[in-house]
Design a protein around this ligand. Structure first.
Ligand SMILES: [Zn+2]
Length: 94
């Protein structure tokens, strides 16, 4: 379940773990019982999948200081494999 942050006018901010289905319902302050408003913040993206974290870090780094490359990234220097089987000549071409 996600954690929602709410703000009480008298007591300040507090967090509450609630089902997403209840995210739009009214919340009362646990301290004084007054109506509290929801505070929207940035999503917590840092604790997840390590591959996702590396991708986000690489994306942020490339936005600030893009890497200088000397060739087109992602292309290998190996040539496309060529078949020597004569039956492959009869296959349809794109
Ligand atoms: Zn309160």
């Amino acid at each position: 379940m996600p954690t929602y942050t709410h703000r009480c006018p008298a007591c300040g901010e507090f967090e509450q773990v609630r089902p997403m289905a209840d995210s739009g319902t009214a919340v009362r302050c646990p301290g004084c019982g007054a109506a509290a408003s929801r505070v929207f913040g940035a999503p917590a993206l840092r604790g997840g999948d390590p591959a996702m974290r590396r991708a986000l870090d690489a994306s942020a780094a490339s936005a600030d200081a893009p890497a200088v490359v000397s060739s087109v990234p992602g292309r290998s220097r190996r040539a496309t494999p060529v078949t020597r089987d004569p039956r492959h000549q009869a296959l349809p071409r794109p």
